[in-house]
Design a protein around this ligand. Sequence first.
Ligand code: TXA
Ligand code: MG
Length: 321
Amino acid sequence: MHDDSTTRRRELLPDAAGTVTRAVGVLRSGGLVAFPTETVYGLGADAENEAAVGAVFRVKGRPRAHPLIVHLAHRSMLPAWGRELPDVVHRLAEAFWPGPLTLIVKRSTRAIDAVTGGADTVGLRVPAHPLALALLEEFGGGVAAPSANRFGAVSPTRAEHVRVDLGADVDFVLDGGDCSVGVESTIVDLSRRQPVILRPGGITPEQLAAAAGAPLPVLGEAGETPAPGTLPSHYAPRARVVIVDPADLSSRLERERSSGLCAGSIDAASLPPESAARQLYAQLRALDDAGCDVVLVTLPTEAGLGWAVADRLRKAAGPRG
Ligand code: TXA
Ligand code: MG
């Protein structure tokens, strides 16, 4: 662990160490720190400080029953935060941490009700971003963090998105540039008798199957999970989002425009899924900023990262309410 962190410090810009130390001070005093991860920016608080965790829910405008992910510096911290960990937990953590995978496990007493929404489980993740890892290592404890956007809105993939969304409600923003993956972590629930995927994300089902030794089932649409990522209208921009067939994209665009609407498009089907994922949220925001009434989107093939991109686009196009 020591070797990892020494290497990481050398990778950081010369003044980044001082910035991280200030961010750690904010966390220790119960404040909120927005920080970059490889997926999206998180809105972090000391996971063991009930008041600080409460502030995260207030600022996000998120219902208290929707639990937060606890971010850790290293997989060796798993037993401190979880209990009754089956083998597959260690196998997945070893294969994908640091990385875009969240593991739901039975919680230890360290995971307080404010974080888990009173559930007997906790979501844990070691993010793969040098600034996030420097923050987590220097802080030492767990950092509870949802995506750093208001509830139901588009997740932030650069520091500027966080500043625009949350303004003075966040005490410190660590700027780590653009997120490299661009969609949230894959969530796997390992607290049940059988592992189950709750949310598609940065680790693909193919990667999970290879590490787990068998394909993991996906929680059905009718599942009773409280995860807000499973609500139909999540990840939505202001503009109306409409899914169209790639062959119809240009004619539909012309039709919308000739009817007097400001129309934009995201042709995700035409991009490698990694690029579509990386650009997705910034594109949705840019189209909103341009005043678009409607955004026409095409869906990528649902293999690899294309699955997560299609999931987010479907949710952005879902009924609002
Ligand atoms: O990539 C990510 O996962 C980002 C970065 C910041 O790490 N975080 C993120 O957090 O997307 P959030 O809060 O926007 O989404 C976390 C999802 C929610 O749907 C939440 O309900 C679910 O994880 N979740 C967290 N703990 C859970 C638990 N114990 N059981 C079931 N679902 C849980
Ligand atoms: Mg979110």
